[in-house]
Design a protein around this ligand. Structure first.
Ligand SMILES: Cc1cc2nc3c(=O)[nH]c(=O)nc-3n(C[C@H](O)[C@H](O)[C@H](O)COP(=O)(O)OP(=O)(O)OC[C@H]3O[C@@H](n4cnc5c(N)ncnc54)[C@H](O)[C@@H]3O)c2cc1C
Ligand code: FES
Length: 277
């Protein structure tokens, strides 16, 4: 884990409200698919706490990119940074999609990657790595509309040349509707044998993906989002409820930052959202 100040190489607007931030580091960063960073614009007191962003692309060992949606104070401050600007950053954090213990039963022969909205940021490196390992991969990429899909890195995903099923809520690109519909259809057609589902997106979407996976008895890993204070396990602000009938109080919770952010979907109590604590 490195706590450092990185320099902005570029901060490009992909579509209004969605940006790609590329940072240069003095030191080499060893990051893996699924990990994240805590970052904030340097030299600003407000906001005090850093914000969590997935490591989207590794340009080289000294240069990483982050794809982000401009929402509130933290991401707005980041969005104002130009080339040469400074960012306070802590990384790499969290577990990795393809490492033990998440893959304790081994990698499936097939990967189904389900990305919803800006959740795409957490799975781009995963898709690259699956491709490198020659694992048959099908991407399901859902967004609210065509513009949001562009903001969520669709062009990068297309360049991977992996099979991709697109959905938009308004039908402006790909199939109209939620991304979970073609996933379910795919599995109903019997194409999910020995597959693992990897998902990141809005809580309701992942909840549905988890239900579908359970229905077809398919292993499913989900990268969760929770508002984070520290990012390294100290503040307990990021906990999620897990299924553990025997556990008492805190034991029935796990920290998204250090126990995750990726969890086996079947252990999450999806009816209790991360925002509800
Ligand atoms: C492990 C992890 C990885 C993430 N990766 C990315 C990423 O790659 N790209 C990206 O754009 N975002 C990502 N997020 C979400 C991102 O951290 C929040 O959008 C960000 O903290 C918002 O900060 P803000 O100061 O802009 O907004 P704030 O002022 O803090 O919040 C504005 C509004 O955004 C919503 N919000 C805030 N935090 C979250 C959250 N964690 N989840 C859902 N809604 C939230 C709330 O409705 C809030 O009212 C990730 C979160 C986690 C935990
Ligand atoms: S963010 Fe502080 S414990 Fe997870």
């Amino acid at each position: 884990m490195i706590d450092t100040i990185a320099t902005v190489e570029s901060n490009l607007e992909l579509t209004p409200g969605y940006k790609l931030l590329t940072l240069n580091f003095k030191e080499a960063i060893a990051a893996k698919a699924g990990q994240f960073a805590m970052l904030k614009a340097h030299d600003t007191f407000e906001p005090l706490l850093r914000r969590a962003l997935a490591i989207y692309r590794i340009e080289n060992s000294n240069q990483l990119s982050f794809l982000y949606q401009v929402l509130g104070r933290g991401t707005q401050m980041l969005s104002h940074l130009d080339s040469g600007g400074k960012v306070d950053i802590l990384l790499p954090l969290g577990n990795c999609w393809l490492d033990e213990p998440l893959q304790k039963t081994g990698l499936g022969s097939k990967a189904l990657v389900v990305a919803g909205g800006i959740g795409s940021a957490s799975v781009y490196l995963l898709c690259q790595e699956l491709q490198r390992r020659q694992i048959e991969t099908q991407i399901f990429f859902g967004a609210a509309n065509r513009k949001v899909a562009t903001g969520c890195g669709l062009d990068d995903f297309k360049k991977l040349a992996l099979p991709i099923t697109l959905t938009t809520d308004d039908g402006s690109l790909g199939e109209r509707g939620f991304v979970t519909a073609p996933l379910e259809k795919f599995l109903r057609e019997g194409k999910g044998e020995n597959a693992t589902i990897y998902t990141c997106g809005p809580w309701v979407m992942m909840k549905r993906v988890a239900e579908i996976a359970e229905g077809f008895a398919i292993k499913c890993l989900a990268s969760l989002e929770a508002p984070m204070g520290c990012g390294f396990g100290v503040c307990v602000g990021c906990v999620v409820a897990i299924k553990d009938a025997d556990a008492k109080s805190y034991q029935a919770y796990q920290r998204v930052c250090t126990d995750g952010s990726i969890f086996p979907a079947e252990i999450i109590r999806w009816e209790v959202t991360a925002m509800a604590h």
